[in-house]
Design a protein around this ligand. Structure first.
Ligand code: CP
Ligand code: NVA
Length: 310
């Protein structure tokens, strides 16, 4: 069994196929136990600091309730709660918090802040979303696909929209578990060359597993999973009008879904903007599993915390 004790989770590139399958199996077990009312409290007495420099519904609440369910305590630290807001360095913050808590969860802007925190901290650091990666989301997404399709290897995933943080971690996760992923973005919104280099570096058979195109119909044809995310991420509000114009034609609607397999799942990390990246009758339709994804944040992150701290 892989040993993840003491590790960080920054992008998902640092975890191998077996690590990911181990976390998914543990997440499914914890979900089953919770349904039976048979959850144990393996993290009794531990404390997790949660630094959130951007808003959050799912990540914050699933981490806070998950930590409590495991017997540990969470301390929520918003942007104005720390001396970070007055110029204390991320590094000094990491060194200080490590003297008090057993893990640090961080949601922030530049991914370099997550890396600096992880470099300085003596305790595991978990990326709860940076501008470039969202690995906790991907773990929950893979858990959801596994539940619904009973396998991951060999599946075809289409990601339509912005080549963003969610897209980057999904490419890594999907390729690592043996799925094939096609990403379709408008020109200029492809995943960055830095992100592609990270993925190429960590995925065996990269050329066969990951394709990037500007043609959404090419990406979605024959897909088992159709995934999208917002066109305007947190921190990009000033680009809103320009982005809405550029992403015209990339909405996942019924017509696009018909190109995928008949039993294709529709996925979205949420929050969603109906009428922008997805049509209401798709996200609210029978193939949508978006609230399973949201629920599975809880189970996947509990599995992660048990593995890192247990
Ligand atoms: N999917 C996700 O991370 O949602 P929140 O921004 O609500 O945490
Ligand atoms: N790409 C989105 C994801 C939100 C969960 C953002 O960064 O705002």
């Amino acid at each position: 069994m892989p040993n993840l004790k003491g590790r960080d989770l920054l992008t998902l590139a640092e975890y191998g196929r077996d690590d990911i399958y181990h976390l998914l199996a543990k997440g499914l077990e914890l979900k089953r136990r919770q349904r039976l009312g048979a959850l144990e409290r393996p993290l009794d007495g531990k404390t997790v600091a949660m630094i959130f420099e951007k808003p959050s519904t799912r990540t914050r609440v699933s981490f806070e309730s998950g930590v409590a369910q495991l017997g540990a305590s969470a301390i929520y630290l918003g942007s104005d709660d720390l001396q970070l807001a007055r110029g204390e360095t991320v590094s000094d913050t990491g060194k200080t918090l490590s003297r008090y808590v057993d893990a640090i969860v961080i949601r922030t802007f530049g991914h370099d802040r997550v890396e600096a925190l992880a470099d300085a901290a003596d305790v595991p650091v978990v990326n709860a979303l940076s501008d470039d990666y969202h690995p906790c989301q991907t773990l929950a997404d893979l858990l959801t696909i596994l539940e619904r399709k009973d396998r991951l290897a060999g599946l075809r995933v289409a990601y339509i929209g912005d080549g963003n943080n969610v897209c980057n971690s999904l490419m890594i996760g999907a390729a690592k578990v043996g799925a094939r992923i096609s990403v379709a973005t408008p020109k200029g919104y492809e995943p960055t060359s830095e992100a592609m280099a990270v993925i190429e570096d960590c995925v065996r058979g990269f050329v066969d597993s990951v394709k990037v195109t500007n043609d959404p119909i090419e990406a979605v044809t024959g897909a088992d999973i159709v995934y999208t995310d917002v066109w305007v991420s947190m921190g990009q509000d000033s680009e809103r009008e320009a982005r809405l114009a550029k992403f015209d034609g990339y909405q996942v609607d019924k017509k696009m879904m018909r190109k995928a397999k008949r039993d294709a799942l529709f996925m979205h990390c949420l929050p969603a903007h109906r009428g922008e990246e997805v049509a209401a009758d798709v996200i609210d339709g029978p193939n949508s599993v978006v609230f399973d994804q949201a629920e599975n944040r809880l189970h996947a992150q509990k599995a992660l915390l048990v593995a890192l701290l247990g």
